[in-house]
Design a protein around this ligand. Structure first.
Ligand SMILES: *Cc1c(COP(=O)(O)O)cnc(C)c1O
Ligand code: SF4
Length: 348
């Protein structure tokens, strides 16, 4: 393999059959302090705050996602989402590790149930790219894990005993870091439960590693339909040809694709960028579903935008933007309180 010594920075240097292979992309992610230093053009010495960040929170980024921005431009909205920032450990507005109280709403390991009719399975704590604004950063403290067969079975048995659950969401981490075979085994186990009507996949792969959406994966998902796919584009520049094609493959397989953005300071907190993102999603037939207020999660406080700012932006969008591409702006509340719409009220 020519992988190890090639700098993945320049995609032109990589043979297309490697570049387009999701496993190559995954294996060649930048994830070490040295790799971070290379990108930023500096030594990350022991005392450097970034070293301390890396000791607390993991990082990894795919060559593909890296190729979309200039790592030395500190204000780049894509860089902000994936390159560690000292503020993750130095800036706090009082966020906690698990403000949504997911851990206390977990009847069996790997299952989170905050609603009567639907529940969420954390299939793994691994992701292709570790988003700096992730609201499950607490899972990164644990070693990498995938749901084992006995754990999957325990979850399935709990759901079997709970006929009120009609929808199961596969999330993580990113469930698509599993192989197709393992993923299909988990999906099929839950699909076999008669009262489970809907499966949902939550994955950022179309954005950070679109090569992962292979025809083979699409046929797995197709066999488990109805499956809804929720992804997370946060900035219009993430809607590349590759990302659009990944979504197109899902759509062609009969899998509706929806988007959940997070409102992030410096990334998408101005009306123009947000409108470009929403129009772009509408063009590739990805329905904007939610715009999340950034949860008060420890290590993400520097991304938070005030709710009133978000409401003001939504009010402007509401007046000027097609309803087809308007997401619901919501804040997630602790425990069973769930997602609460933040509706602009003053728009008459
Ligand atoms: C967000 C979430 C859901 C899904 O909520 P929807 O409003 O249906 O998108 C389900 N379970 C958990 C734990 C959640 O956080
Ligand atoms: S892909 Fe999702 S779970 Fe993974 S780091 Fe990003 S926001 Fe968190």
């Amino acid at each position: 393999m020519l992988t190890k010594r090639t700098s993945p920075k320049q995609r032109g240097q990589i043979a297309p059959e490697l570049w387009d292979d999701w496993r190559w992309q995954f294996r060649n992610r930048r994830r070490t302090p040295g790799g971070l230093g290379d990108l930023l053009g500096s030594q990350i010495a022991q005392a450097n705050p970034l070293q301390r960040v890396l000791r607390v929170y993991r990082w990894a980024v795919t060559p593909y996602y890296l190729s979309l921005f200039d790592p030395r431009d500190e204000a780049d909205p894509l860089r902000l989402q994936c390159i560690p920032d000292a503020r993750e450990i130095t800036f706090s507005a009082g966020g906690t590790e698990d403000p949504l109280e997911e851990d206390s709403h977990s009847p069996v390991p790997g299952l989170i149930r905050r609603y009567r009719d639907r529940c969420l399975v954390t299939v793994t704590n691994r992701c292709a790219v570790y988003c700096r604004h992730c609201n499950r950063k607490r899972l990164w403290h644990r070693k990498e894990f995938d749901l084992s067969d006995p754990e999957t079975d325990a979850i399935a048995r709990h759901i079997e005993k709970t006929p009120a659950i009609r929808e199961v969401i596969f999330s993580g981490g990113d469930p698509l870091t599993l192989s197709d075979v393992r993923l299909e085994r988990i999906l099929a186990r839950l699909r076999a439960i008669p009262h489970v009507e809907i499966l949902r996949i939550g994955s950022r792969m179309p954005v950070v590693l679109p090569m992962r959406i292979t025809e083979r994966l699409c046929s797995v998902l197709r066999r488990c339909r109805p499956v809804w796919f929720l992804t997370q584009f946060n900035h219009p520049r993430e809607i590349t040809r590759e990302a659009a094609e990944a979504c197109e493959r899902l759509l062609t397989a009969g899998i509706p694709v929806l988007n959940q953005s997070v409102l992030l300071r410096g990334v998408n907190d101005d009306c123009r960028t947000m409108q470009e993102l929403l129009y772009g999603l509408e063009r590739i037939c990805v329905k904007p579903y939610y715009l999340f207020q950034c949860d008060p999660v420890q290590g993400t406080d520097h991304f938070r935008v005030e709710i009133w700012e978000g409401m003001r932006m939504m009010e402007k969008l509401w007046k000027t933007t097609s309803g087809l591409c308007l997401p619901r702006y919501v804040a997630d509340m602790p425990g069973t309180k769930g997602k609460v719409p933040l509706q602009p009220v003053s728009f008459l």
